[in-house]
Write a protein that binds this ligand. Structure first.
Ligand SMILES: Nc1ncnc2c1ncn2[C@@H]1O[C@H](COP(=O)(O)OP(=O)(O)O)[C@@H](O)[C@H]1O
Ligand SMILES: O=c1ccn([C@@H]2O[C@H](COP(=O)(O)O)[C@@H](O)[C@H]2O)c(=O)[nH]1
Length: 206
């Protein structure tokens, strides 16, 4: 199978998950598979919740990227994989896994995927979702309080101590590796349609 890997990167709250979900919703499971770098955050079973909540989750070392690369290579070789599942509410991997089948198009999304040369080398198309920092933090406050079990104070403290400095050190410079930069993410219908057309073209010629 001729498989392409489309990477969708961008800062927290930029809208990359929304964009990736809308892209895969336009196709069948046998056409497009999705991988999320966040599911490859390292396990921290040896720590209690308090200790885990203080870790830096915005540095490339927080992820088991070697395992993700191994999984991408297996999918490209036509083998299925079991993707780990991450539970943000406990800051740890859950016991679940998701079966991911090989497909002609694989979408990979995550904040730091362009900051990892080993991952970049496996990508055929690199898309960066670019959204202003004030919009991103407002979206993150709402999402983390509603969906990830956080308090307003904890979101603000984490943002100022790790999320913002790591964004400036790793995420923003990684934008230079992108082939396409999309402002605002999931609600950018023009950009979404262009990506859908590119995937259709690949599926027709695969
Ligand atoms: N263009 C948009 N306008 C308004 N809200 C958006 C937009 N894109 C995403 N959101 C919302 O912002 C939050 C973060 O978006 P998400 O796609 O999860 O971002 P990311 O994966 O980059 O962190 C979600 O609650 C989502 O519904
Ligand atoms: O245990 C964790 C793991 C990650 N985070 C934060 O999640 C975001 C990445 O997810 P997005 O959907 O791209 O926002 C990252 O900025 C980490 O700070 C966390 O809070 N706890």
């Amino acid at each position: 199978m001729n498989t392409i890997l489309i990477g969708i990167a961008g800062g927290t709250g930029s809208g990359k998950t929304t964009l990736a979900d809308k892209l895969i919703d336009s196709f069948g499971d046998d056409e497009v598979s999705i991988l999320r770098h966040d599911n490859y955050y390292k396990r921290h079973d040896d720590m209690c919740y308090e200790e885990r909540s203080k870790l830096n989750y915005d540095h490339p070392d927080a992820f088991d990227t070697a395992l993700l690369c191994e999984h991408i290579c297996k999918l490209k070789a036509g083998e299925q994989i079991y993707m780990p599942v991450y539970d943000y509410s406990i800051h740890n991997r859950s016991e679940e896994t998701i079966l991911v089948k090989p497909a002609p198009v694989i979408v990979l999304e995550g904040i730091l995927i362009f900051a990892e040369p080993s991952l970049c080398d496996l990508m055929d198309i690199k898309v960066f979702v670019d959204t202003d920092a004030d919009v991103r933090i407002l979206r993150r406050i709402i999402r983390d309080v509603k969906e990830r079990g956080r308090s307003l104070d904890s979101v603000i403290t984490q943002y100022l101590t790790t999320v913002k400095p790591m964004h400036e050190q790793f995420v923003e410079p990684s934008k230079r590796r992108a082939d396409i930069i999309i402002p605002e993410g999931g609600e950018n219908i023009v950009a979404l349609d262009m990506l859908i057309e590119r995937v259709r073209k690949h599926l027709k010629n695969k």
